[in-house]
Design a binder for this molecule. Structure first.
Ligand code: FAD
Length: 495
């Protein structure tokens, strides 16, 4: 663990953190390491862990290497190259215990609104139980892939079988001998399909639009590898550095005109050709848009599951639901007993379940009427002392954990500045606007594949890419460290 020596603060700062996923955990650790602030973490669920508490479907695991999907501040003995959900949840609990965070966490407590008091220069935070708390600073760590996207298919309510979203997995439903449909073929479906294939009678996989799939090559670490990562000084750090370095080269392929893009597409097509048995299925799973337009799917067992005799791909969207099945867009009816909706989340609705009011009572959702945006993805002009983790244009960068760590550092550094005396911090609006123009230009130049016309989850109703970070993590690290003081200004107030 890293401990940073600090001067005694002139002012005691109170911080409210909303969410106890990896974002909220990162914020709490950074505050503890870098400030003397007191903090409370509010979590609506009965457990910490966020994504890895909510998503418990068979086959759920991270799709980037475990050592990159880890915080820099705690060495960890990962059992697999790509950790599975139970281990990721354990990891969240172990950090909470290692840093003594548990007494600061209020579980089963949903925050409903956060209102800035212009006279007192603090926030009033309200919970769904009607309690109010005052905090000098609020850090929202609500996540991006947190609110399930429930389809509005006609007839869904009349379905007589069992239906549920992948992030609300029904462990009580025995799929043995059942006719099951999984709707969706994104990253989650590519894990669920092989995860349940062996236990069901038949499995239909509904695909609206195929995604580019790359083999993940996951495996357990050998006892020797684990020993090395545990005991050899610097081994884990070096491995992490290598993984992050490789991700810089990988990002180049997001330029739709690059040779890396061409190589990626070729490799994925080769993978389809050597893995998918049936020619019609091969054709149906081959996308006709650039690699990287949708989030690439990393999965080594998905195509193999599609080869199984009792698993069928339906390469059409669902049009409607009947009492006992699904009707596809060609009008064909498919009888099923269990409907699994792998239909993703609502990432463009930032802070959807929270009413945030800044200076003059202005709602953050009004400020974002045209598009959601934030300086560094973290702060918004007119919302003093308010920090967003996993905010606009921060998704990507290889490891979200690393991205969250940088955002937590931005917040902790601002809290540190607040500790020097009375006042608050706010974002310079012109700098925020310049930053957003820079993000747009970076997406256009370096991530044109994301804008190449497939259906992805990145765009606002106005057509702006408001979720993605246009680069590898290193670029985000540099930008957050260089720019945070330029855009986030301290405003002193007389005692
Ligand atoms: C299935 C799946 C697989 C993924 N795989 C990867 C991967 O391979 N690599 C990667 O980098 N990222 C991956 N992600 C993204 C993942 O969400 C992030 O890596 C990370 O876990 C986000 O952490 P978070 O704390 O920001 O958000 P979350 O984990 O979503 O946590 C947010 C927390 O806030 C709580 N909350 C929300 N609203 C309120 C409220 N009003 N009051 C109180 N509490 C509230 C929620 O209950 C939740 O616990 C994946 C996501 C999903 C869904």
């Amino acid at each position: 663990m890293t401990h940073i020596r600090r001067r005694a603060p002139r002012r005691s700062v109170r911080v409210g953190i909303i969410g106890a996923g990896f974002g909220g955990i990162a914020a709490a650790v950074k505050l503890q390491q870098r400030t003397s602030a007191t903090f409370v973490v509010f979590e609506q669920s009965p457990e910490v862990g966020g994504t890895w508490y909510d998503n418990r479907y068979p086959g759920c695991e991270v799709d980037i290497p475990s050592h990159a999907y880890s915080f820099s501040f705690l060495k960890y003995d990962w059992s697999h190259t790509h950790a599975r959900q139970p281990e990721l949840l354990r990891y969240a609990h172990e950090i909470v215990d290692a840093f003594g965070l548990r007494p600061h966490i209020r579980l089963n407590t949903k925050v409903t609104d956060v209102v800035w008091d212009d006279a007192a220069h603090h926030y009033v935070l309200r919970t769904d139980a009607g309690e109010t708390h005052t905090f000098d600073v609020v850090i929202s760590a609500l996540g991006l892939l947190n609110v399930p996207n429930h389809p509005d298919w006609p007839g869904l309510d009349d379905f007589q079988g069992v239906s549920f979203h992948t992030s609300r997995w029904r462990e009580d439903v025995d799929m043995g001998g059942k006719r099951v449909a999984v709707v969706g073929t994104g990253s989650t479906a590519a894990q669920v399909v092989p995860g349940i294939a062996a236990s069901v009678k038949s499995l239909l996989v509904f695909q609206r639009e195929p995604g580019w799939v790359e083999p993940k090559r996951e495996r357990p670490f050998s006892a020797r590898e684990r020993w090395i990562y545990r005991h050899v000084p610097g081994a884990q750090r070096l491995h992490r550095a290598r993984l992050f370095y490789q991700s810089i080269a990988r990002f180049k392929a997001y330029d739709a005109t690059s040779r890396s893009q061409e190589r990626k597409r070729r490799a994925c097509v080769d993978y389809i050709e050597r893995t998918v048995g049936d020619p019609a299925t091969r054709e149906a799973v081959t996308p006709d848009y650039p690699w990287g337009c949708k989030r690439p799917v990393l999965a080594s067992t998905f195509y193999e599951a599609l080869n199984l005799a009792h698993v069928d791909l339906v390469p059409h969207p669902v049009a409607s639901v009947t009492a006992n099945g699904l009707v596809d867009s060609r009008g064909e009816h498919h009888e099923i007993d269990v409907l699994v909706m792998s239909t993703g989340f609502q990432p463009t609705k930032f802070l959807a379940n929270l009413d945030v009011r800044g200076i003059g009572g202005r709602s953050i959702h009004d400020a974002w009427a045209e598009r959601a945006s934030a300086f560094l993805g973290v702060t918004v002009a007119g919302f003093p002392n308010f920090f967003i983790l996993y905010g606009p244009n921060t998704n990507g960068g290889f490891s979200i954990i690393a991205q969250l760590e940088r955002q937590a550092e931005v917040a902790a550094k601002a809290v540190r500045r607040l500790e020097s005396g009375p006042g608050y911090v706010d974002t310079d609006e012109r700098i925020q606007q310049r930053y957003v123009r820079w993000i747009d230009s970076q997406i256009a130049r370096k991530a044109s594949a994301m804008e190449s016309g497939c259906r992805n989850y990145y765009h606002s109703p106005g057509g702006k890419n408001i979720t993605q970070w246009p680069g590898a993590h290193l670029k985000y690290l540099v930008v957050t460290r260089l720019l945070h003081r330029i855009g986030i200004r301290r405003i002193a107030v007389p005692r």
